[in-house]
Design a protein around this ligand. Structure first.
Ligand SMILES: [Zn+2]
Length: 322
């Protein structure tokens, strides 16, 4: 199979902005609240569609069904594409939320997965913060008391972030993306989110938005404590700097900072590649794709040798299964 590009699925939300266009060149309408670009999605009605080539207009789910082993290689047999990859623009702060792990997710919805996720910051205004995990020693009683008095922020661990920082958010971690941050998000394919707290804000109708406090309380891992920015592990320094940012049961994320030609080994795995800086030409067999900042490519597991030629200096995020 050839490398695949998909039509982004753009989502609006009141916390969104315009940076998906202004910084990442996504095609948007005239509104000011574009929150998410789902780059790779096989989740219910949210289906990435191939943009061109012999498989043009096929959905990712159709590819999983009909090209299972070519797409998934050593992970053949999966009935859903396992990763959901998004770009998010938080002009305003998101609500504080938590996701279930696989076992809990299936209790809430037998068709759903848990949601472990990870973030890589693309752009952050000065002073921007991520909220990840509870402060040391915070227990369920303290969370409930803080919620009843609209002061949950006192229980939350937060950390200042800047472009390039990565944060791992396992299922069960209380979290919120702060205002001014644009990031890439890699997660299990799931949309189970329980909203714990909305900072005392009102919805557009002047009333508080619904919360899911009981479900959220069931999901919170109270042992987890504060979460810090990832310390990357250097995998290789030639032909560029390759770092591993996250390795967990659900995905691996690496970052390649390239100045010279880089080739992807045949590892019988698919790779989701997102350009986070600069642009690249990707050659595989007799195809060549130009991929620029904010664009995503899926390398199927069965592929010709795949070579990345960076234009000047480029940063490529690389997500795959362990
Ligand atoms: Zn989340």
């Amino acid at each position: 199979m050839q490398p695949l590009q998909f039509e982004p699925i753009i989502k609006r939300a009141r916390w969104g902005g315009r940076r998906l266009h202004n910084v990442l060149n996504k095609t948007l309408g005239p509104e000011s609240d574009y929150a998410e670009s789902w780059e790779i999605a096989d989740h219910g009605v949210d289906q990435s569609r191939v943009t061109d080539g012999p498989l043009a207009s096929r959905t990712l789910h159709e590819l999983v069904m009909h090209e299972n082993s070519a797409l998934l290689g050593r992970h053949a047999g999966l009935q859903q594409f396992p990763l959901l990859v998004k770009l998010l623009d938080a002009r305003d702060r998101l609500s504080v939320q938590v996701h279930p792990d696989d076992a809990l997710a299936r209790r809430f919805d037998p068709t759903e997965n848990g949601k472990t996720e990870a973030w890589v910051v693309i752009d952050a205004e000065p002073g921007s913060r991520l909220y990840v995990g509870l402060r040391p020693g915070v227990d369920a009683a303290q969370v409930r008391a803080a919620l009843s008095e609209n002061r949950l922020e006192e229980c939350l661990h937060s950390l200042p972030v800047r472009s390039g920082d990565a944060v791992f958010v396992p299922a069960g971690t209380v979290h919120a993306i702060g205002e001014g941050i644009m990031l890439a998000e890699v997660q299990q394919s799931s949309d189970l989110t329980f909203r714990l707290y909305d900072w005392g804000r009102m919805g557009s109708d002047g009333r508080p938005r619904p919360l899911h406090i009981e479900q959220a309380m069931q999901c919170i891992d109270f042992q987890r404590g504060p979460t810090c920015v990832v310390q990357p592990t250097v995998i290789s320094e030639d032909p560029g700097l390759s770092e591993e940012l996250v390795r967990c049961d659900h995905f691996v994320i690496r970052r390649h900072t390239l100045k010279r030609t880089f080739s992807f080994a045949d590892d019988e795995r698919f790779h989701v590649l997102i350009v986070l800086n600069g642009s690249v030409r990707l050659r595989s067999g007799d195809t060549a794709l130009d991929v620029s900042l904010g664009q995503t490519v899926l390398l199927p597991a069965e592929r010709d040798e795949c070579v990345v030629e960076p234009n000047d200096s480029c940063v490529l995020l690389d997500a795959f299964l362990p």
